[in-house]
Write a protein that binds this ligand. Sequence first.
Ligand code: GLA
Length: 396
Amino acid sequence: MPQDLIKKAVTQFQEVFGGDPDTKAFAPGRVEILGNHTDYNQGLVMAVAIDRFTIVVGRPITGTIATIHASQFGQTDSLDLAAPAIETGPAGDWRRYTRGVIWALRSQLPFNQGFEALILGNLPLGAGLSSSASLQVALALFLQALHHQNITNDTARMALAKRLRKAENGFVGVASGLLDFATVLFGRPGEALFLDCRTLESRRVSLSQTPPAIVVMDTATSRQLADGMYNIRRSECERILEHFRKLKSKGVSELLSLRDISIEELSANWKYLDPVGRQRARHVLLENQRVADGLAALEAGDLMTLGILMSRSHKSSMTDFQNSSDALDALVESALTAPGCLGAKLSGAGWAGCVVALVEPEQVDQFKRACAATYQEKTGLKTEVYVAFSAGCSDA
Ligand code: GLA
């Protein structure tokens, strides 16, 4: 439990609103181990929730006004919960995310009284560690707790993940998949989450047999998910699906996602396919296989293979999905040449943000030093390198 951060949030709440909060919730960030851009293609993902958090503390008030203060921005938002519609506000703004959560929970919670809440977090924003899903889950858990509806089982966890995803797609305007919400909600200390985004089968895999060090390194570059590149990739994948739907051999009902196309079918149609889309599709199909292989490797305690698969995933992001950047590539290269590195890849949407590496635990210190020095030599940028520990949310 992030005690210090909760304490800090309580103090800030007292300063901003006066008096004590009586309800607290928190949600972690996450690193994507394998399964890059596979989730919205109904594919496979493997991720770990990590010990960087978003905290929401607050209390109910009479009336129907909700007031939310975001400490990291020094900004406050107020809205009337009784109003018939919720305005979205500007794209990319934190308020769009918090309002989206209220929008998502409107049919589930009565919202017959207002609240005051303060949000505080220590996740770098726009860095591929899911600061936005962490914020949305923390606020959702806070609102549920305020209405005495804590989450007690995986069915409720998945239902909330789906609701929040719907809000991110329909209200925030980012066509993201389930990876972030599911990991943040299902994550627990000592475990990785495997999720099949088609069947919604989830499996928690123990990290404790031969625990690798999960090292997170920030390129010191950032981007916003709402900047359009993410949605463009999604439509590029959709274009390939459209091509296959037009082929007579398969009916539309059989082709719901790229998951329904085999790598052999993709190869057989390669020359007829849109040259950009076919590369995106190849990445997704091979990445699904890497997740399946990675799951088997993790279950067998074979971290060497898991690391190799992560590095292959990054290569595929560089060449086929083209969601890497010079800074991300330089940081992955710096990691791979540092002592004890088993594998490294970008984490999350891409284009900027963080790299995640698996490192032999006894070599972590040498790894950190060497990786940071090489990266600075290559780019002139300073990376923050830290060892992440698996974690869970307040209702884990
Ligand atoms: C972002 C999205 C996720 C997922 C990853 C890429 O984090 O929010 O749904 O698509 O990018 O794997």
